[in-house]
Design a protein around this ligand. Structure first.
Ligand SMILES: Cc1cc2nc3c(=O)[nH]c(=O)nc-3n(C[C@H](O)[C@H](O)[C@H](O)COP(=O)(O)O)c2cc1C
Length: 414
């Protein structure tokens, strides 16, 4: 699928473009309408009802797992801003005795910097460079965060999603530490209760197998992807504490695009062994770049979305696909639409919620509200104007324009 053409003038009707311009300016001062979804429906004929993990959500915008979803206070701000979902920071799994095979990931962050980055094709974007990894506070504090986040979100329509990094064996390690899967899943499910609805859960992966040879590393990664869903679902069943809807957060491995397709194939195996959804795809990794004395850093920006979209285009020919949520350099409504056109039913962002304040036109409200304002109403790159542009350009006259229909192909080029 060709990328959206940004050189042509926007084909959204004049009336839409004028209203978007007006809303961009006035909401920058007044803040967003209380029910943004209703406003978009009434004013712009857009139904932004979305889906995450098979749950219907009020809109497609979510906070991706990371430093911005570690505290109840942060969750409170996101719920107040009206996000469709919030993925909590990744916790590092442990077993009943406190054993934690991925303990190296539970280190505090030293420093985080939002930096400009230029992609290989010359496009400028943003990346966050930092040193930390996963949750480093006690496991019990994470369970408390799940409980607090659920209480805060109750009745708001914002879905809360825990995230976990469980044990993953290296190529010379034959055993899976099932105890970590059992203990951590059961405890998270208990914290999720009393609600009887399944708990959505993202499984984060460590992107490197340093020191392993290529073939061994590839074989091991594919094994992880095939085995993890079985272990998590079995752990939930054994716990008797509820069900899990498991999403595999795929990462960009240090191999070629063909291997990314093998990873996607690996999670689309026999129905009983599959995860329930997936997230595509976490950041790129530069093994040579240094930051604060650490060699090898993850990065995002235009190269991340370029790679993700390229791989997703190849993957689309092999559908049907599990439901999925998009991540990776979503800094404009237009980029979200690139993922939407390839089938994503929700978008999760980290970097764009963390830019320096001067990069948002809205000067009041929290970072999440300011970001949502840009994402929706930016007159050149916003979600509203680009959806209308596409509908017009592709002769789609049905109203309202439904986001979920677009994900299922209603605005695809005929
Ligand atoms: C500082 C930072 C911390 C992150 N921590 C996690 C994490 O703990 N778990 C996870 O699954 N992804 C983590 N991510 C990845 C993000 O959730 C997101 O998928 C990725 O950054 C791509 O989205 P973006 O381009 O909007 O930043 C982190 C990203 C950043 C920048």
């Amino acid at each position: 699928m060709p990328r959206l053409d940004t050189t042509e003038p926007l084909a959204a009707p004049d009336s839409v473009r004028q209203r978007v311009q007006r809303d961009y300016e006035r909401f920058a001062k007044s803040g967003l309408p209380t029910s943004l979804e209703q406003y978009l429906l009434d004013e712009y004929d857009l139904d932004v009802t979305a889906e995450y993990a098979g749950f219907q959500i009020k809109n497609p915008w979510g906070k991706a797992s990371g430093q911005l979803s570690m505290t109840a206070r942060q969750v409170e701000e996101d719920v107040a801003a009206g996000l469709g979902f919030v993925v909590l920071k990744t916790v590092i799994a442990r077993d009943e005795q406190g054993g934690q095979s991925m303990a190296a990931w539970a280190i505090p962050e030293a420093r985080m910097v939002a930096e400009k980055i230029v992609g290989k094709l010359g496009e400028t974007g943003w990346t966050i460079t930092w040193k930390g990894r996963g949750w480093w506070q006690p496991f019990e504090a994470y369970l408390q965060l799940i409980r607090d986040a659920r209480r805060i979100a109750n009745g708001s329509g914002t879905l809360i999603v825990p995230s976990c990094k469980y044990h993953l064996p290296s190529p010379n390690e034959p055993e899976w530490r099932v105890g970590e899967y059992d203990f951590t899943t059961a405890k998270m499910l208990e914290a999720w209760q009393p609600d009887t609805s399944p708990m959505p859960l993202e499984k984060d992966f460590s992107p490197t197998l340093a020191g392993s040879d290529r073939a061994a590393a590839q074989a091991k990664i594919l094994e992880w992807l095939r085995v993890v869903p079985k272990l998590v679902h079995a752990a939930a069943e054994r716990s008797g504490a509820g069900q899990v809807r498991l999403g595999m957060k795929l990462f960009n491995a240090l191999f070629d695009d063909g291997f990314q397709l093998q990873m996607l194939d690996a999670i689309h195996g026999p129905a009983a062994d599959r995860p329930d959804f997936f997230i595509y795809a976490n950041r790129l990794f530069d093994p040579h770049r240094e930051f604060e004395g650490q060699r090898g850093v993850a990065f995002g920006g235009p190269d991340l979305s370029d790679r993700n979209l390229r791989v997703l285009d190849q993957w689309r020919t092999r559908e049907p696909s599990l439901p999925w949520s998009a991540t990776g350099n979503i800094t404009t409504g237009r980029m979200a639409i690139e993922y939407l056109l390839r089938g994503a039913t929700s978008f999760q962002l980290h970097t764009f919620f963390q830019l320096p304040a001067e990069h948002y036109a809205m000067k009041s409200g929290n970072h999440t509200q300011r970001a949502l304002h840009e994402l929706h109403f930016h007159p050149q790159t916003g979600f509203v104007v680009w959806l209308h542009h596409l509908a017009n350009q592709r002769g789609f006259s049905e109203r309202p324009i439904r986001l979920l229909d677009v994900a299922r192909g209603s605005l695809s080029e005929r």
